[in-house]
Design a protein around this ligand. Sequence first.
Ligand SMILES: Cc1cc2nc3c(=O)[nH]c(=O)nc-3n(C[C@H](O)[C@H](O)[C@H](O)COP(=O)(O)OP(=O)(O)OC[C@H]3O[C@@H](n4cnc5c(N)ncnc54)[C@H](O)[C@@H]3O)c2cc1C
Length: 508
Amino acid sequence: MSDLYDIIIIGGGINGCSLARQAAEQGFRVALLEKDDFGAGVTSRSTRLIHGGLRYLESFQFGVVKESLHDRRAWLEEFPGIVDPQPFVIPVYKEDSRPAWYIYTGLKLYGMLSRDAELGTCQRISAGEVEHLEPGLDRKNLKAAFRYFDCQATYPEKLCVEMALRTETAGGTVRNHTPVTGFLREGSRVVGVKCGDEEFRGKLVVNAAGAWVDEVRTLLSPENKSHPVLSRLNGAHIIARPFPGAPQNAVYHEARSDKRPFFIVPWRRLYLIGTTETPYDGDPDRVMPTEPEIDYLLSEFDQLFPHTTLKREDLCYAYAGSRPLVRANSSNMNKASRGHGVYDHEAEEGIPGLLSMVGGKLTTARSFAAETMTAAATKLGIPNPGPLAIAPGRSYTADDRLAELYGGRAREIDLLIEQDPDTMMKPAAPGAPATVAEVLYSVQREKARTLGDILLRRTGLAYEADYDSDWPQAIAETVAGPLQWDSSATAQAVADFESELERTLIRL
Ligand SMILES: Cc1cc2nc3c(=O)[nH]c(=O)nc-3n(C[C@H](O)[C@H](O)[C@H](O)COP(=O)(O)OP(=O)(O)OC[C@H]3O[C@@H](n4cnc5c(N)ncnc54)[C@H](O)[C@@H]3O)c2cc1C
């Protein structure tokens, strides 16, 4: 007889991991099942900003902004280092669709709603100061500029890992590389899931499969394919090496060609430039940046930053992801106006035992988890446990790179190094900024099972500007022992990683 879980969660992105962590810490028996790796889905393809949703003010959604700002503060306090304050500059030009007074009023309101002494400030910057602060920025027809704060999650993948580990610490079952392949049914009721030959039984299943929510729904019934609850909008980013005139702050402006939001964000000593919005109804596993998207981003950058020398040769790579959006005609989805909603399969399709988390952003994953727990409690016939209290995390200041990847957990890497400095301090591969300690830690403590887990989502090595294609082999040799890979498994792991890398980044 297998364990009976209270809640089985399908999908280990930011939403599934937030829900798993909350449910486990509130005493529920939880299983979190991820087909690939924690954060490997859309979560790792985002602009990596934790923001209050300044744009929602235009549609008077003050409650949504307040909630997002509350979540922003919670992320910052719980995961210092992985989430950090990020100063932004908004330049305003004569031809822009929103005048300077309008932006200023919005920013003031944004600060007030945040009630955040650290992040709630905003300043107007004179043209002279702009020239000094952001010398690369276009100054023709510049009417004003404003500086304010949001936050950056340098590695939202690591937020997922952190929450998966917390779920486990609280007694949950947490599995990556475990695709859900079908549902267990008793009559119309969902009573669990199948992962190949393995079965997980539970009182409630939550489909938190992000951009794959409809693919998971089709495991219930192929007919669901023609009644999607999601629409998908692809977004691409290009990543540039440092270049003369590069911004010191993140810069947020409307794209000149189509007025869509456009960002240039300093990220890991590189620059993230995005994003596009391309409707998509293809396979969410096959989302890659297209040439027109790369051209669009470069052209928008050139117009906004004419006093810089960024050329295509300065770009390292590009990546893309598919935003999971609540489909406009989806009914019975509470809170859909917030950009996310809980889809109740019992109310919609007569299938008890199953909820789906539809849509959502990185920023609001905490609130979305709390809303889903409220719906789950009703289904389980128990009192609503309410949201989790913020549990402030410890910061780590000894090394920027370690702090942004591991937050307070970086001390555990230091301890590993202290135990055997000669081995652990060595670079993970010649020229790599990570140490052997990090690589072994990823396998021993962070549930890394593949080279993709290690190079893309634990150490970030595959995102380095100077990434070297010899690194995977060297790292494979280091982890072959702990992962019990013989020589043929090691060669296969390197080949699998190369193919994963090709599906993840386009090197430019
Ligand atoms: C270009 C772009 C920029 C963005 N920028 C921001 C931003 O700056 N700030 C912000 O707040 N939000 C941003 N977002 C939105 C945000 O990234 C997503 O809404 C969020 O990451 C969705 O998280 P998720 O957990 O729902 O989905 P995912 O991260 O995709 O997680 C779903 C998981 O389910 C797994 N899965 C699928 N099928 C199965 C199965 N059968 N069995 C088991 N597991 C399965 C997948 O492997 C995946 O890991 C952006 C999105 C895009 C595309």
